[in-house]
Structures are given as C-alpha cells and as structure tokens.
Design a protein around this ligand. Sequence first.
Ligand code: NAD
Length: 300
Amino acid sequence: MKQSTIAIIGAGYVGAAIAHTLVLRNLASAIMLVDIDKKKCQGEVDDLSDTLFFSNTSFIKQEELTMARHADIIIIAAGIAQKPGQTRLDLFTTNKKIISSIINGLKPINPEAIIIIVTNPVDPLTGLAQELSDLPRNQVFGSGTFLDTQRLCNFLSSTLQVGRSAISAYVLGEHGDSQFVPWSIAHINGTPLSRFEQLTPVVLDNIASQTKHKAYDIIACKGATAFGVAACVATYCQAIIFDQRVVLPMSYYYEPFKVCLSIPVVLAKQGVSKILMPSLTDQELEALHHSAAIIKQYNA
Ligand code: NAD
C-alpha cells in the first residue's frame, strides 16, 4: 500500500473525531490538522498524539493550507455547526464563505487529491467545492446520507433483531430534511421488507422519521454530532486507500438534476468510479426530484 497523507481542515468536534478514528483504524501514515483557531488545533494535535503508540500512523501535526494542499485526501469539516433548532441549510451563507476561502487557500491542490466535504449543508457545499477546486468531479464528493443510512440500518436492525450486516437499505437525496428512504429497494439478506409482518407502513414511517431526526435529537442533548460521521468518513478513506470499489451513498453530482445529492456510487482509489443509481418507484423518484429542487435553491 502507498503511504497515505490525510489533511483535515477544521479541528472542531467533527474534525477531531475524524482524526481519532483514522488513527485508531490505521488509515493514514501522516495526518495534518488545520484550523484558524491555532491554539485549539494544537491542543487536539497534542491530545491525538497520545494515541499514536496504538496506531501505524507515524505523524500528526498542525499545518497550514499551503501544506494540506499536498495531501492524498483532504477532508473539510470547518465552519459553523447547527445549534438546537437550526436546519443544516440555515448554515449555508456563512459556510459558503468559509468553504470558498479554504478551497482558494488550498490552491493549487495536488491534482490527484480526493476532497471529502463534511461541512453542512453538505450538498450545495460539495457542488461549490467541485466548481472551485479545479479537480475532476470524481475527486470531490460529500459525506451526504452515508450517516443517515447507517442510522436507518441500525433502526431496522433493532426493530427486526437482525444483525446490521444483513440489512441493505439507503437514505437518499438531501443530507437534510428532504431526505427519503427508497423502501422498494431495501431488503434483509435478499428478503423484501414486505415479508416482515412487524414492518407495517406506520412502523416504516416511524423509522424514517427517527432516522431523519436523530441529528436534531443528539444536538439537543450534547450540542454536536461527531462519532458517526467520523466513522463514515474513515470508511470512505479506507475505500480510497485500498481501492475497494465499494458501493456507498454520498453527495455527488447527478447530471440529470444538475446538483450534488446523495446517491449510491462506487468508490475507488481515483475517487468516484461510477454512479449506481437503483431503479426507484415513481413516488421515490418524485422524492429525489424534491430534494434536488431544494438543494438547487442554494446552488452557488
Ligand atoms: P465546531 O464548531 O466544533 O468546529 C468547527 C471548526 O472549524 C472550529 O474549530 C473552527 O475554528 C474551524 N474553522 C472555522 N472557519 C475555518 C477556516 N476558515 N479554516 C479552518 N478552520 C475553520 O463544529 P463541528 O461540530 O466540528 O461541525 C463542523 C461542521 O461539520 C458543521 O458544518 C457541521 O454541521 C458539520 N457536520 C456534518 C456532518 C455530516 O454528516 N456531513 C455531521 C456532523 C457535523
């Protein structure tokens, strides 16, 4: 395996949790952290360095954007986060300025780098990063509904008392309030959901609603969410570093709608290698259109 250097821009709750997950999963030979709050960033670097003994990661350092531009993978988790009651889209105006200044500060970016946008609202900001970065589109994507998809699978797993690995289901569309679950393509180890008596329409609606509201519930309790998205981002990095070609949901440009929104794609060492759009019912397609229309209002 080639050595992998990963830069994380934004060393807040999310950036620090991503760094911690990468170190413990041995996914980077070196990690750079960049933040405008240099004191906090140094604190995170020093705290994280205490975990290096348990990892194959050799270095973790505070750096500037001018060094981060050379990384193999650049993860952007800088910007303001939701306060209780705020939607992700409420963060757009402020975070658009922050993401623009970061991408411009990173230029010229390593032409082979992969950029992963985590900052919310992740869908329009992924579109912005694709436009500004000068990298091919397939090298720039956002963390999208991978996290919501994991939440959905966990709820299905506990409802059915079936292990998560047997569950195949997605949340698609906006990583936000217009997200939806295409139930027609969900199955448990090949068995359609309609064969499970306890999964009545009311139960399915409840599961989709709990999935959508979980971030709000966590933010109301502790002010931020970080561990789940960190695990998702580390899984993207693993797919890239090991050229795994796994199918994962992420925010990516979907030509028919001309916006970035979450769809299943194949992720490999060069980034997104193909979109694997499933066959959706008319109602599900309508829900995807609805998400696209909302995200489009925030296009740069
Ligand atoms: P936070 O406030 O803890 O951290 C944000 C960090 O960004 C701060 O340390 C701040 O100093 C830094 N920052 C701001 N402007 C910067 C700049 N120009 N350059 C470098 N650093 C800068 O917030 P958080 O809880 O870590 O959340 C970060 C972002 O991640 C938010 O937008 C949040 O909504 C988003 N988020 C996304 C997901 C997802 O699934 N995509 C999940 C959770 C959080």
